[in-house]
Design a protein around this ligand. Structure first.
Ligand SMILES: *Cc1c(COP(=O)(O)O)cnc(C)c1O
Length: 379
């Protein structure tokens, strides 16, 4: 039996990645541009469908930053953001000198609550500032309430930045996540469902968004033989080496989705008879989650143990588990930031736990996870 650590989500190479990387070496495309970058963008455009245009970037965070710039977010503006998320969803608001306005989750998808979203918009408008954008996130691969959020966005004419960093391969009513925002973003960090070691993408149906994103991501050079700039630029383009990894990963994305969803079934089996432990699943058949991470909610009053107690028991056996994302309105960096909602996300954070969910977990590792969990539950 392996004694090495079992991680929540680790990189899973399909096998052909190295060929694309070798090709980059052989042709000396060792730069943040080249055939792999363009090929990877095409692969993503074909995969997402819906007439999308993709700009490959150095990270998901960079993609959110550029999305906000493209939507005209400037110093002093306000941007609404789902509170329960990774800090990378919200930090770019601050990079722009704007203020985040955080909104609670609803309990079905754990994502931005339509009611509190509308309440926040009305109140911000009443206070004198209409928010410039809404950042909505598909947490753990679960699509947010796509139609409700879209309706509110249209009613108040505020564009959506769809943070699909965790949801490549998920869909709502058969349409892929990453195609619902005015601008959408993806991440290919090492822990995501596919990885380029580090990377991200900006997605839009508007070709101008792609072109402007690439312009800004390559230092905003004007069309001139010398270096001429009339806008502030960034160094946010994806390396041709990394994009090569991405091309190989796109060949196995569908397999990864199947395997992550199998991990969800694996945990359903384990917790099926444990009253007080609830596995996070799609609220209706319209939702299709890639189950990037499988998560549980634990009601100690019913089952007698807490999420922290499971986490510690797993940790003792060298198995990584983690609490859910800590809501942004509870983070020290956002202490004095406006928040609309109740305690849904706060409660999820208190009682939730993420379980090892990699598409590359070996059989012996699953046996070990199963044994540790069953032993813990039975005690
Ligand atoms: C990973 C992640 C990001 C950031 O992506 P990076 O590529 O790591 O910069 C943004 N939002 C969410 C919800 C994420 O999980």
């Amino acid at each position: 039996m392996s004694h090495s650590k079992i991680y929540l989500s680790s990189p899973h190479m399909g096998g052909t990645e190295q060929n694309y990387v070798n090709e980059a070496f052989e042709t000396n495309w060792i730069a943040p541009l080249g055939p792999n970058v363009e090929g990877f963008e095409k692969d993503l455009e074909n995969y997402l469908g819906a007439e999308t245009h993709v700009a490959a970037l150095s990270s998901g965070t960079a993609a959110i930053h550029l999305a906000l710039i493209l939507l005209g977010v400037e110093r002093g503006d306000e941007v609404i953001c789902q509170s329960m998320t990774f800090s990378a969803s919200a930090n770019p608001i601050v990079y722009q000198g704007a203020t985040p306005i955080f909104v609670d989750s609803e309990p079905e998808t754990w994502n931005i609550c339509p009611n509190h979203l509308e309440e926040a918009i009305k109140d911000r408008i009443a206070k004198g500032k209409k928010p410039k954008a809404i950042i909505a996130v598909h947490l753990y691969g679960m699509p947010y309430k796509v139609e409700e959020i879209k309706n509110i966005s249209e009613k108040y004419e505020i564009p959506i930045v769809e943070d699909s960093a965790e949801a490549l391969g998920s869909s709502f009513k058969g349409q892929k996540c990453g195609t619902f925002g005015d601008i959408s973003i993806l991440s290919f960090n090492g822990n995501k469902i596919i990885t380029t070691s580090g990377g991200g993408a900006l997605v839009s149906r508007n070709l101008k968004h792609k072109e402007k994103a690439i312009f800004l991501a390559t230092q905003a050079r004007d069309a001139a033989p010398h270096y001429q700039h009339s806008e502030i630029g960034y160094n946010y383009r994806l390396s041709n080496i990394s994009a090569g990894i991405g091309r190989g990963q796109m060949e196995v994305i569908d397999d990864h989705v199947v395997l992550r969803r199998k991990m969800n079934d694996f945990y359903r089996n384990i917790f099926q008879k444990t009253i007080g432990v609830e596995l996070f699943t799609e609220p209706t058949a319209e939702y299709f989650s890639n189950h990037w991470l499988s998560c549980i909610l634990i009601d100690k009053r019913i089952c007698g143990f807490s999420s922290e107690e499971i986490r510690l028991a797993m940790n003792e056996n060298n198995i990584e588990c983690r609490p859910l994302w800590k809501p942004m309105h509870l983070q020290p960096i956002f202490k004095n930031t406006p928040y609309y909602g109740e305690k849904v996300s706060e409660n999820l954070f208190k009682i939730g736990l993420c379980l090892p969910s990699g598409s590359n977990l070996k059989n012996e590792e699953k046996v070990k996870i199963n044994d540790v969990l069953i032993r813990f539950i039975d005690n």
